[in-house]
Every structure is written in C-alpha cells, then in structure tokens.
Design a protein. Sequence first.
Length: 168
Amino acid sequence: MSRPVTDFSGASLYLDTMILYALLRALDPAVQHLFARIEAGELLAHTSVLTFDELTYRMLLALIQDHYGRSPLERLRREEAKMIGEFYPPLAPHLARLRAFPNLRLVDVMASDLAIMDDTILQYHLRPRDALHLAAMQRCDCFDLVSHDSDFDRVPMISRYTLAARLS
C-alpha cells in the first residue's frame, strides 16, 4: 500500500527510477516539490547506480518516441548506434546534473548484493533489478521508497510513497 510523497515526514528517501524520469520529463508537480526539498537539504535522497542505467534507457526510448512516434524500442533495436548518437548527447548533461544533485547519494552495486538479490527473489518474488535495489536500500538503511512499483509492497520493511500522478 502506498501513500503520497507529500505525506512523508522523515529524513531520507530512496528514489526509484520513475521518480527521476518524472523529474526529467516534468510529468508531475509533486516531483518538482520533492526535488526542491532534497536540494534544500530538508531530505537526503538515495538511489542506486542501477537507477541511472534504467533511467538512461527509458529516456532514450521516450526521446525516440517523441521524435519518431511509434515503436521506439523497435527503432532503437534496428538503428541502435544512430539512435544513441542522436539522442544521448542532449540527454547526457541532464544525467550529469542529476548525478551531482545536492543531497542525492548514489549507492553502488556490489558483488555481495547478489546474495541479497537471491534471497529477496525467493522470499518476495521481486524481479532481479528490484531485488538489487532492495540490497542498496539495506546498505543505506533507508526503507522509505518513492516508487510507483507496487511489487515493492510485498516487502514488509518498505514504506512506499508515490507521486500524485501515475507514470507509465
């Protein structure tokens, strides 16, 4: 079960990929407010380096779709080097700003996370990448998660918060 992020009153949050995506795509006013609080130091935010892998891929697909219309994944697969060459250069500065964003801590993925991933998949039936995010959350001792992924609701230690709008 999730609650709106506007209800969060703690000190630190873990951010899932779609929250950063919402920021870059300006999809929800709540994300602007959240990042203003993070920038001001009212909140410490954590996310995994995995988030940037997921975010970059989703942003490339979104930019391809914005420009070419239908089937961005098909176009990316068919013309990978051309699409990356066309759309990554304007995206890169935005990703660099996010990586340097004040009070946003990037958590590395470590080899020891694989054992946690295995346990998490078996216990909570999460996808592997989400299980690695849980390992990162454990390492930074932050179980307040901003995510629209209801699969995390199967993990009792996580309190999930969402933006006002549902993101696709």
